[in-house]
Design a protein around this ligand. Structure first.
Ligand SMILES: C[S@@+](CC[C@H](N)C(=O)[O-])C[C@H]1O[C@@H](n2cnc3c(N)ncnc32)[C@H](O)[C@@H]1O
Length: 312
């Protein structure tokens, strides 16, 4: 059962396997997108199963409605950030759940829509909000931040080594004319740091990643989402997270390591005083897409999936 056309789910079969979707199970899909993973969960969960699906992007609501008519499992869609899953699940008596899936980042539908402003390859307003109805578009952030704050943003969220040069150029250019389109920002970055011969990525890739993370507060949202997911997983419930860059993956990896260990007392302290028990068991090594998948879907290239199981 496919989701909407236009987005190919990454690590689909591997994620369904990792979730151990069972007939009659209750699942949370924190990132509905085009519904590809959700369709797979619904198919396996069957008519007694149910999925509470989240997306910050209101456009996903119609797609979820359409999917709900094609599958037997119940699909309840919530247009909210996944960090709110615990409250939303409790309000619907939907917890505890058998599994939570987070497939982070953007869908191809968002990336390919010039009007959303996510792509440096398509001329459009410099927006980048996943939820177009709230928060500050990227153009407003670029106009508001000081040069020092821009440097920090590019370093922290883009791991951009040329952060200082790019920030200086942005400040110079915005004094002439506000930077309000994707292609103008991409041109400014390219004119500033150039395109080294043989470079695998466009020079504006890291700048766009940094802005997108800041606009959507993605890293803090992920931290809160992981905590919320753990709080609603039932015994042996599965947490499955697919990340697309090292900043996300580091947060997931450290979260799982912390919850596997439990105790957070300093290592040189002879007796535990924090009283924290392990809440997760790690399910082995991270999973990456096969060469065949990357060939079929270049978006899968940087994907990495981590899986953990809730301890009783
Ligand atoms: C990679 S796509 C998911 C694709 C989906 N698994 C599929 O198979 O079609 C990520 C989706 O999650 C949404 N999203 C990202 N972060 C979110 C968050 N913190 N809360 C809710 N939705 C989020 C995005 O708007 C986007 O639609």
């Amino acid at each position: 059962m496919p989701g909407e056309p236009g987005h190919i789910p990454v690590l689909r079969d591997e994620a369904l396997e990792a979730l151990r979707v069972s007939s009659g199970g209750f699942y949370v899909d924190g990132t509905f997108g085009a519904g590809g993973h959700c369709a797979g969960i619904a198919e396996r969960a069957g008519s007694a199963g149910a999925i509470l699906a989240f997306d910050r992007d209101a456009d996903a609501a119609l797609r979820a409605e359409a999917l709900a008519t094609r599958v037997d499992a119940q699909i309840i869609f919530v247009n909210a950030p996944f960090s709110e899953m615990a409250a939303e699940a409790a309000a619907r008596n939907f917890d505890p759940v058998d599994g939570v899936l987070l497939d982070l980042g953007l869908s191809s539908l968002q990336l390919d829509d010039a009007e959303r402003g996510f792509s440096f390859l398509r001329e459009g307003p410099l927006d980048m909000r996943m939820d177009s109805a709230s928060g500050e578009p990227a153009s407003a952030l670029l106009a508001r931040l000081s040069e020092a704050e821009l440097v920090q943003l590019l370093y922290d969220y883009g791991e951009e080594r040329q952060a200082r040069r790019i920030a200086r150029a942005i400040v110079r250019e915005r004094a002439n004319r506000p930077i309000v389109t994707t292609t103008r920002l991409a041109e400014i970055v390219e004119a500033t740091i150039g395109r080294p011969p043989g470079a695998r990525i466009h020079p504006a890739t890291r700048t766009f990643q940094a802005l997108r993370i800041a606009v959507n507060d993605e890293l803090a949202e992920l931290e809160r989402g992981l905590e919320a997911a753990l709080s609603i997983l039932g015994p042996a419930g599965r947490l499955v997270v697919i990340s697309f860059h090292s900043l996300e993956d580091r947060i997931v990896k450290q979260f799982i390591a912390r919850e596997v260990k439990g105790c957070i007392c300093p290592p040189d302290q002879p007796v535990c005083t924090c009283g924290r028990e392990p809440r997760l068991r790690s399910s082995g090594r991270p999973v990456r897409p096969s060469d065949a998948e990357v060939e079929r879907n270049s978006r899968a290239r940087s994907a990495i999936m981590r899986v953990a199981e809730r301890l009783p």
